[in-house]
Design a protein around this ligand. Sequence first.
Ligand SMILES: Cc1ncc(COP(=O)(O)O)c(C=O)c1O
Length: 399
Amino acid sequence: MTNEFNFDEIVDRSNTYSVKYEALKTLFGRDDITPLWVADMEFRSPKCIRDQLEKYVQAGIYGYAAEPPQMKPVIARWMLQEHGWKVECDWISFIPGIVRGIGLAVNFFTGPGDKVVIQSPVYHPFTNVPQGNGRKVLRNPLKEGKMDLDNLDSLLTAEGPVKMMILCSPHNPGGYLWSREDLVQVAEICHRHGTMVISDEIHSDLCLWGNHNICFASVSNLAAENSITFGAPSKTFNIPGFASSYAIIPNQELAKPFYGWLEANELNCPPIFASLGMITAFTEAKPWRDAALRYIEGNILYLEDKFSAFRAGGVQLVEPVRPQSSYLVWLDCRNLLRRLAGRYNLQPEDQALLEDYFINKVKVGLNSGTMFGPEGLGYMRLNAGCPRSMLKFDLPEVK
Ligand SMILES: Cc1ncc(COP(=O)(O)O)c(C=O)c1O
């Protein structure tokens, strides 16, 4: 194993302004716990990316940067090779991060008071960004990890007009990949109701166990006409600090005005680390990505084993949902919480007992399930993108 691919290495992140470490005390009340929350990985980014940036840093002049001409062709090639989706370069624009991209789209395509639908439990900015911009968020809850498409149709009928749907594909948390049939139906329902779809595909390059991702816009003409796809190398190659992301819009009637507005505000100009990081990732770092995914699968199997032995009264207390994509593991802790709370029908206030158990007994910092929506009651999210030794925590017995 070369040093580059040594995923067992513990990398010291002190003095690197890492949110995952710096915010421990504020969020968890203590900083002597293992941080397994924010979705970045504990692995050094691929050496080819580090080398490329080092070359730039060594040159010593940090002037205004032009977008490298190869950037969009490189993204288009990646989409074709990895996802089988043929994308034209003029469908693509740089955007400075995906949450920012969602904010920009919400501001450009909807107005104050407009409605936006999400499928919860889901990545919390899907709620916070529209709400923070004065939009109304409607929830179409997932049913045990499946989309409730009948309810989506009814909701859009009852609440219409609903301007926008924000789709998480693959889904965070839960790591679900959506089937072609589901995506075709989402496209049809949303098109029929005049609801444009923002498809956040940031986790799409991290498919596990031989799974394949299907890009939303590629499933039908209705999907292509009525959607914006956001993607990024950030999660996949562990470079989220570069805020390097892209939008893909096949429908030029949507792309031209939106991209014109981004251009007018210089929001489509990639900072140099963002463009160099993206190009190097997509052209040279695939072997690193593939090796990282195999290591992450090993971590997930390790966690499954560990939790299967964590029982009381013959009942498994924590059941990890095996992610189909990405390194985030959605832990179904409802049995544990029932035991901690001493009741079967869990109440929102019980979640604090679960948080307390993981922070103060197990001594790990996880994301609490309810931050992704009320449907996350009894769940926690664990980041398994780390050396296996960081997952070797004990699970103290529960009375
Ligand atoms: C679904 C999803 N979208 C977006 C992001 C963040 O993207 P960015 O850092 O580019 O804003 C995350 C990070 O966890 C995510 O899970």
